[in-house]
Write a protein that binds this ligand. Structure first.
Ligand code: AMP
Ligand code: FE
Ligand code: FE
Ligand code: ZN
Length: 280
């Protein structure tokens, strides 16, 4: 059987692996294909594509856009998109600036609480354009201000905790359009995590192409539920581990094994889309 992992992060957002390390793990695991889906970034796609080519693994371009629909946060995976598309890059740059400003605000809140974290230490550790809360958590841990990442989130960074700062997000409908504009397919990420079921019909009306049925944090019952939803709305089925690096001593990549047949369907749909002039 051939398998893929279509939800992966590198240090171009909040993952800890470099593209080369990620692809090294994929090769050892025998994956046939993978997609990179860094948060609000496509910068890692070129180096990951190069590493995949060297390892004989098929690479699918991707991103994970942070979006919202009626105040509900929804993560939109974009697949098979043109990572050089000017509008995509401009929109991504805008949201990366929002992320960087938010880091400053989170650190100021920590400083106001007499937690002496240096914002430049967070940026140095993140060393990417798309920093997020995991970088603040890692910097807090590194500075000895919390014991571990869990404590950082529990005490300070989780929603409604004192250093949590809401993030300006793009509208989910615009997100779907943006992915289409870049020639890609829009897929709702980990629907079981965000309680986003109610908004699926609206996103389908907006042109949603697929739904991530298989995810590390989906139970078997959840995966079955989303497979039924995919069937009902004729959506593509995707899946991935959402690997951000090591988890409990093991790389999370490959723990969700998406049958390669789903990748073929995804690519067929992308090919059909590229010949539909109305979407460009
Ligand atoms: P942000 O995009 O800055 O809001 O950060 C969200 C990211 O933080 C997610 O993609 C996860 O990688 C990570 N994250 C969210 N909640 C937790 C948590 N409770 N513990 C550890 N990591 C988390
Ligand atoms: Fe993340
Ligand atoms: Fe996500
Ligand atoms: Zn993710």
């Amino acid at each position: 059987m051939k398998f893929a992992d279509l939800h992966l992060h590198t240090h171009f957002s909040d993952g800890t692996f470099s593209p080369e390390e990620l692809v090294g793990h994929a090769r050892r695991l025998g994956l046939t294909a993978l997609a990179l889906t860094d948060h609000d970034s496509v910068e890692g796609c070129a180096p990951t594509a190069a590493a995949c080519a060297a390892a004989g693994i098929e690479f699918i371009t991707g991103t994970e856009l942070t979006a919202e629909y009626e105040d509900i946060e929804v993560h939109l995976l974009g697949y098979c998109l043109d990572t050089q598309n000017a509008k995509l890059l401009a929109e991504i740059a805008k949201f990366q600036t929002v992320r960087q400003r938010r880091i400053r605000e989170m650190v100021s809140r920590l400083n106001e609480m007499n937690v002496p974290l240096d914002v430049e230490a967070v940026f140095a550790l993140a060393n990417c354009k798309s920093p997020g809360r995991p970088h603040v958590a890692r910097a807090l841990t590194k500075a000895g201000l919390v014991k571990n990442l869990d404590e950082a989130f529990e005490r300070y960074l989780k929603k409604n905790r004192p250093a949590w700062v809401p993030k300006a997000k793009m509208s989910a409908l615009e997100g779907v359009q943006l992915i289409h504009h870049a020639g890609g397919l829009a897929v709702m990420a980990h629907p079981g995590l965000n309680r986003t079921d109610d908004i699926i019909p609206a996103l389908v009306d907006a042109g949603l192409d697929g739904i991530e049925c298989f995810h590390t944090k989906h139970s078997t019952a959840m995966s079955e539920r989303y497979l039924e939803i995919a069937d009902k709305y004729r959506l593509l089925v995707t899946g991935g581990s959402d690997c951000h690096g090591f988890s409990k001593g093991k790389p999370l990549i490959g723990t969700v094994k998406l049958p390669y047949e789903c990748v073929e369907k995804l690519k067929d749909a992308a090919r059909r889309k590229s010949t539909e002039p109305s979407n460009r």
